[in-house]
Design a protein around this ligand. Sequence first.
Ligand SMILES: [Zn+2]
Length: 487
Amino acid sequence: MASSSSSSSSKNNDHKPPPLFNIIETSTTVLQKQTEKECSSYFIDLSRLSVSEIKNLQQIGLLSSSSDDDDDGKEETQNQNENPPQVPLQVQLLKQKHCRYLEQVWKNPLKAPFVSLDSSRPWMLYWCLNGYDLMMNSSSSSSSASSSKGKKMISLLPAKYYCGGFGGGPGQMAHAATTYAAILSLCILATSKQILKEIRIPLYRWMCSLQVVSSSSSSGATTTNIASNGIGGYRMAHDSEIDVRATYTVVCCAQLLGLLKTKKIPSTDTSNTVNTVLGRQEVINYVISCQTYEGGFGSEPFTEAHGGYTFCGIAALKLLLGDTTTTTTTTTNKLNSNLNLNSLTGWLSRRQTTYEGGFSGRTNKLVDGCYSFWQGILIPLSFPLLYNIAKLERYILLCAQEPTGGLRDKPSKSRDFYHTCYNLCGLSIAQQHHATTTATATTTNDDDENDDDETFGDQKQTLLNYTHPVYNIRIDRVAKILDMNWK
Ligand SMILES: [Zn+2]
């Protein structure tokens, strides 16, 4: 579909992929052409659809039925009208179907194939809970999270956490990634405050044990020894790899639980005292050392720039520099003095694919719905006005949605909890960024800038709760946790 309404479809003629310059055909160019072809069949012109085709899409719920439908239940409505619709048709988000797909994690025992995700139990809970939370209206979501449902959800986390962090499943060793997913899940659930209070001190001890510290007593690690031995970084688990994911997940959990700037354990238990600061200058230096010559961040120094690691790097720096909002002059100046922002901006803006509209994770890689969040979040977080919101929304709503519920990487892939969560997070961020830039343009009366505020789809029906750009749970959930009195 060339636009969100049939009336404006003649404005855009981009439903055919642009020709690729095939000087040399490689496996990469072949895959790229295949991907553009599979997406092109979804970018149809609504004005050219027959009545029966429109009715079919309305019955699925992908198209609005009429201008006076209510939001809730719209996707289940069947249009019995034989005449062509007279109102502009708009693409919708299959909220009810996506919710039904996600809630299977806590409603029923998962089926046998899910055994391969046995070490990702906290992740499954987080992906499903967060995606669900973004789609629910505030009051209903809050009540479901605070009821017996919430207790049932918590019971899905590994019952015993080992050494202070959470493993992927019962009896599995503590790991920074699954701990991050477990803490975020507990922050979403209103019934888990007492649990968070009980675990934060053991968690602090465990996170301190993941730090990579210099063996010499001299302060100030140089760029060279940071890069070669990971000083300032964190390990994902004991005796495990050191990378920027570990830094982000540790720093994120520590900040949510009021532990990032703690200098010693705030506990009556003085045995085995740990006296350190999780968010110290060496940590900032380590994160900076992960920026590559391309501009994005690699998992560790001298590795390839990648969307997920770039999110981890920028979000960690935002937390460590004490500013978790979107772009501010102060933070930009702080980032500017430490990073090559020009190369980062260029790398990020080139990750949005020209034809498909979604993001790729690395140079010369294919579009993938999950990068709607990993890359999409970074542009408004650090460098506004360099991405096309309407094209990203079009990719998510048309190419990533499964008609039966759940979202996916691209049309040729199957749905899964991970891609459902991060497509929705990317859509939430796009809506949030659009609202911010529109408000800014209105305030400054700069009508010439409004070309960038075009959107795709039914903006009212597709509206999601806003996710926090650094913590990636709902903004109101973050505010409540940061306001907690931990004493
Ligand atoms: Zn993906």
